[in-house]
Design a protein around this ligand. Structure first.
Ligand SMILES: NC(=O)C1=CN([C@@H]2O[C@H](COP(=O)(O)OP(=O)(O)OC[C@H]3O[C@@H](n4cnc5c(N)ncnc54)[C@H](OP(=O)(O)O)[C@@H]3O)[C@@H](O)[C@H]2O)C=CC1
Ligand SMILES: Nc1nc(=O)c2c([nH]1)NC[C@@H]1CN(c3ccc(C(=O)N[C@@H](CCC(=O)O)C(=O)O)cc3)C=[N+]21
Length: 297
């Protein structure tokens, strides 16, 4: 049986380390602030927003949650972002994705001050990060990398397969693993012989948004499997259950180590969001970044 990678415990310890740094900032009269904007009523997003708000306060930061109705115009959303860009009590801004169809996500992301873009989605940060500079590293890939390094140590030379190529997860994950000297393959819906590609990987990261798509038979014996998927499926009882993009029961028989869903990558995403907010607050106050915080230089 595979070893279980406990993202929930790792995230809790990371939040402790963050809280210690925030306490030091308090002594200098600084309280980092994170603003989260949620447009519409997507129930899953509401859960994440609630979790984020609670954990933001627990580490000693200020949490500003802006819940806007589904009908909010792009102009009004841009005006709010502009206000937050100029608000000195806010060091981090996150706009929950997906946005309603009448709002262009790229325009919205472009409007966020890159220094306050704690998701790492702004083109300035994407560019810096891709070229090895100190741009914000997107939260989910950063959380996955921390779990991998904790599990495996140096990743140099490992054959990694990233399944999914979204701007939020797959693409930055591939970049990050390349920067860690892995030999990286990025697979997607047009990939030929997907199962065969997966079976070659020492490290398998799955972010497709297809419940339990990857089976144990696709996995190289002993491989490390990181399941990013968060899928809510209805059970016969009528209650919803969370499952990943990997079929956990069959995968756990083959893999060397695997993250569960829930309790794997999800909690790491939130902890890394708080970490990026701390880093943003330190940078905006011209303070040094402690060496334990992962940056790219
Ligand atoms: N744990 C966490 O913190 C987070 C979890 N998530 C979860 O991760 C998953 C992925 O999210 P996200 O990256 O935003 O999703 P997207 O829908 O943006 O991207 C999905 C990717 O998977 C590929 N894909 C879809 N179906 C197949 C298939 N049958 N075979 C091969 N490739 C396929 C797509 O290929 P193509 O490009 O060719 O269309 C695309 O690149 C979701 O379950 C989401 O809920 C997301 C963010 C954070
Ligand atoms: N701008 C933006 N940035 C994001 O980072 C972002 C986003 N939009 N939109 C949606 C996705 C999804 N996402 C998750 C965060 C935490 C959990 C999480 O905490 N999951 C818990 C369980 C939570 C539950 O029970 O629902 C777990 O897996 O254990 C899941 C998913 C961030 N995303």
């Amino acid at each position: 049986m595979a070893q279980l990678i406990d993202g929930k415990a790792f995230a809790a310890s990371l939040r402790n380390d963050i809280a210690e740094e925030v306490a030091k900032l308090h002594q200098q009269g600084i309280t980092p602030g994170l603003a989260v904007i949620l447009v519409g009523e997507d129930p899953a997003s509401q859960v994440y927003v609630r979790n984020k708000g609670k954990q933001t306060i627990e580490v000693g930061m200020s949490s500003f949650v802006h819940k806007l109705p589904e009908s909010t115009s792009q102009t009004d959303l841009l005006a709010l972002i502009n206000k937050l860009n100029n608000d000195n009590s806010v060091q981090g801004i996150l706009v929950q994705i997906p946005l309603p169809d009448h709002i262009d996500a790229d325009t919205v992301i472009n409007a966020i001050d890159p220094r306050k873009d704690v998701d790492g989605f702004h083109p300035v940060n994407v560019g810096r990060f891709s070229t090895g500079g100190n741009g914000t590293i997107p939260c989910t890939p950063l959380g996955c990398l921390m779990l991998l390094k904790d599990q495996l140590g140096d990743l140099s030379g490992a054959r990694a397969l990233v399944l999914g190529r979204s701007n939020i997860v797959g693409k930055p994950m591939s970049t990050l693993l390349l920067n860690e000297n892995c030999t990286v393959t990025t697979a997607h819906s047009r990939t030929k012989d997907l199962q065969e590609e997966c079976r070659r990987a020492d490290i398998l990261i799955v972010a497709v948004g297809r419940p339990e798509m990857v089976k144990g038979s696709w996995i190289k014996p002993g491989a490390t499997v990181i399941d990013v998927g968060i899928n809510r499926i209805e059970q016969d009882s009528g209650k919803a259950r969370l499952v990943g993009d990997v079929q956990f029961s069959s995968a756990a028989e083959v893999a060397g180590a695997i993250t569960p869903v829930p309790g794997g990558v999800g909690p790491m995403t939130i902890a890394c969001l708080l970490l990026n907010t701390l880093t943003a607050a330190l940078r905006q106050n011209d303070l040094p970044i402690p060496t334990w915080i992962p940056t790219q230089n």
